[in-house]
Design a protein around this ligand. Structure first.
Ligand SMILES: [Zn+2]
Length: 181
């Protein structure tokens, strides 16, 4: 644990921090408490399925997952505009009833949720489109996956039954080690 100071998200005053991303810290100046983000102002959990995150939290390994996302998935940078567009498009399509979030998530960190298409449609990334057909599954593709499969857009369309995971207990090492394994 590296002791350091981070700015209070409310008033900006320096707050002592022990390096944990899973415990909230309290500002002694304004009294606000907040949970530090692994990236300071960026959202390290943007791509992570809520249930997956809760399972790591339950096991007490949330900090390792946050570190993995920050340095291996995000490569110590912010999410790209394409990543943020994926999140916005998924929300738009879910709202429109074109896709629905399944009760399972990608096996590898950062464990993004898997969606199923209820009808034909498309994700729009500025001037590019990723089309999908009814019954296909959709998941956000991390930078490593994009490199490996030479993808221009951060999305995989297909059937991911074999990549799904319904339990993490005991499997965390594999999930952390083998993205796309
Ligand atoms: Zn404060």
């Amino acid at each position: 644990m590296n002791r350091q100071q981070i700015p209070c998200t409310t008033c900006g005053a320096p707050v002592d921090w022990n390096g944990s991303y899973s415990r909230s810290v309290e500002c002694s100046y304004c009294g606000a408490s907040f949970v530090p983000s692994a990236t300071g102002t960026e959202d390290v959990w943007l791509m992570t399925d809520r249930v997956a995150r809760a399972r790591y939290e339950f096991k007490g390994t949330l900090d390792s997952l946050a570190q993995d996302i920050r340095f291996e998935v995000m490569r110590a940078q912010d999410w790209s505009s394409l990543d943020r567009t994926f999140v916005a498009e998924a929300a738009r399509l879910e709202e429109a009833g074109a896709i629905r979030r399944l009760a399972s998530f990608w096996a590898a960190s950062p464990h993004p949720p898997i969606f199923r298409a209820l009808q034909n449609g498309e994700f729009v990334f500025e001037d590019q489109r990723a089309r999908f057909k009814a019954d296909q599954e959709l998941v956000w593709a991390c930078p490593m996956t994009r490199d490996r499969f030479d993808l221009r857009l951060p999305i995989l369309v297909g059937d991911f039954q074999s990549e799904r995971i319904q339990r993490l207990c005991g499997d965390m090492a594999n999930a952390m080690m083998g993205r796309m394994s």
